[in-house]
Design a binder for this molecule. Structure first.
Ligand code: TEU
Length: 500
């Protein structure tokens, strides 16, 4: 046990609030739903709950687009409900971790509305604005060739001031300009707002993307037929990121006894990630590295994000082993996870979810996870062995903007290549195969509580279709069954706790 670094021994349970439990019948999960399930979580052996974003948001990227950092979206409840949830957790000696999404805001955030209103506005350079470029024919073009993570250009034109703003993700997620001292101060203040209200730590969304390379140069052309190019090397682990995080440590984190985990995509280099984690650098407790969950992605993942690549057990084992041994003596600390709200279900991807193997596969993966060194993360439904929904579900069942944009961009490309024509005549089966394994939607379907309508998730109409298997695959059945996946997880977590 590590009394002074309690977060090392923690079992963190990630809740995707919109899909956890709906207490008022509007089809969206909410804070009161979560509060009513705290005994379920405590019984499982959870010490910390991490909430994906519950702040005010137009939900263009399901809450990772925040329009007010200091309020709760009415679909999820109120600040009062949040206080009750916190009290319920603290009363059970559990802690609450919030999602900190500060690489970007929503375009509906007051800061952005001011910023876009005029070039003279004091908040103009809180975001990243650039004038258009013009090609030889006089057509208006974005300032550079960077591709957004959700397809298309990373720049959006705004008529008000005849300039483009940078958005690494959705057009409704403009990137904040961290070069600006006032922006950083505003972030430190909103962090203090939640910490002073009692929150016990942060998961920091894409925190390695906050510093962009000076001059925002064009990315090299890796795929000539594509209009926009992978530019991750110009914004992942950028020039000032460690300076910014040390400032955050100094101004905010060091004043509280909390847990911090950075999400650091597009980076498989362990030595690069060590800089965020090694205690001597005074930045974060740990990061989510993606080498393992990217194993079944093709090398062209920036272009074809949701395509599945066959993988070998030997590769899987090598990655796990290497990270377990990495710089242990210098205090590198792992975040152990295999699922989250951006991933297909582990039993489907890394095991076998057919009836004959599903329980065994889910238990095997649970055993792997709990026997690794690091802070343990469990994603909602993982403890039940929930699986991906079926290949037969049509594209309209996929609610994630990343799935939708990917599908439609490819559809459009193929239609052009075939000289226009009817959408239905275009073969998209490879894309549907990919989404069936890897879409973010599979982690986002409603929790399966019991065999009543909509799996007991809601009495209304769920915001997203419930998986078909819920009548025979749900928490109620598994709680009563000592040989279930849920019971295995509970015993495994208890064992882990008893034998550190
Ligand atoms: O995700 C970061 C991220 O880049 C990926 O894991 C993402 O799922 C992938 O690029 C999609 O193609 C974080 C959040 O976890 C995710 O839900 C948000 O959409 C994203 O940041 C933007 O805030």
């Amino acid at each position: 046990p590590h009394p002074e670094t309690w977060w090392k021994d923690a079992v963190v349970y990630q809740i995707y609030p919109v899909s956890f439990l709906d207490s008022n019948g509007d089809g969206f999960g909410d804070l009161n739903g979560i509060t009513s399930k705290l005994d379920y979580l405590q019984d499982l052996g959870v010490n910390v709950v991490w909430l994906s974003p519950i702040y005010k948001s137009p939900l263009a990227d399901m809450g990772y687009d925040i329009s007010d950092y200091r309020d709760i979206d009415p679909r999820y409840g109120t600040l009062d409900d949040w206080d009750k949830l916190l009290a319920g957790l603290h009363g059970r000696h559990m802690k609450l971790m919030m999602d900190l999404v500060v690489n970007h805001t929503s375009d509906e955030h007051a800061w952005f509305e001011e910023s876009k209103s005029s070039k003279a506005n004091p908040k103009r350079d809180w975001y990243i604005w650039r004038p258009p470029k013009y090609d030889a024919d006089g057509n208006r073009r974005p300032p550079n060739n960077w591709k957004a993570q959700f397809q298309g250009s990373a720049w959006e034109y705004d008529e008000t001031t005849d300039e483009y703003y940078l958005h690494l993700y959705h057009t409704k997620q403009p990137d904040l300009n961290w070069e600006k001292t006032e922006v950083r101060q505003a972030v430190w203040e909103l962090m203090r707002f939640w910490l002073d209200r009692g929150c016990d730590g942060f998961r920091m969304d894409v925190i390695n993307l906050i510093s962009k390379v000076e001059g925002l140069p064009d990315a090299p052309i890796t795929i000539p037929e594509d209009e926009y190019q992978d530019a991750t090397e110009f914004y992942a682990n950028g020039p000032r990121v460690h300076e910014f995080l040390q400032e955050m440590q100094n101004k905010v984190l060091s004043h509280y006894d909390i847990i911090t985990v950075g999400e650091t995509p597009f980076t498989h280099s362990a030595s690069e990630l060590a800089r965020y984690v090694l205690p001597a650098n005074k930045e974060l407790n740990m990061v989510f590295q993606f080498e393992l969950v990217d194993l079944d992605s093709p090398r062209t993942a920036q272009r074809m994000p949701f395509i599945h690549r066959p993988w070998k057990l030997s590769e899987f084992r090598e990655i796990v082993g290497r990270w377990q041994r990495f710089k242990r003596d210098e205090g590198f600390w792992n975040a152990v996870f295999i699922e989250n709200h951006d991933q297909g279900r582990s039993v489907t991807r890394w095991g076998n979810d057919a009836d004959a193997w599903r329980v065994l596969s889910a238990k095997m993966l649970a055993m792997l996870e709990v026997t690794l060194g690091g802070t343990q993360y469990v994603f909602q439904g993982q403890e039940l062995g929930l699986r991906n929904f079926l290949r037969s579900w049509g594209i309209e069942e996929y609610k994630d903007v990343a799935s939708q944009n990917f599908y439609h961009e490819i559809l459009e490309q193929r239609r052009k290549r075939e000289g226009g024509g009817d959408e239905d005549s275009i073969d998209m089966s490879d894309i549907m195969d990919g989404l069936r394994m890897k879409a973010r939607d599979h982690g986002r379907i409603p929790m399966q509580w019991d065999a009543t309508g909509h799996a007991g998730f809601t009495t209304g109409t769920p915001w997203m279709r419930v998986n078909d298997d819920y009548p025979h695959w749900n928490a109620a059945l598994q709680l009563d069954d000592t040989s279930s996946v849920r019971s295995f997880w509970k015993n495994a977590l208890r064992l882990r706790n008893e034998l550190p």
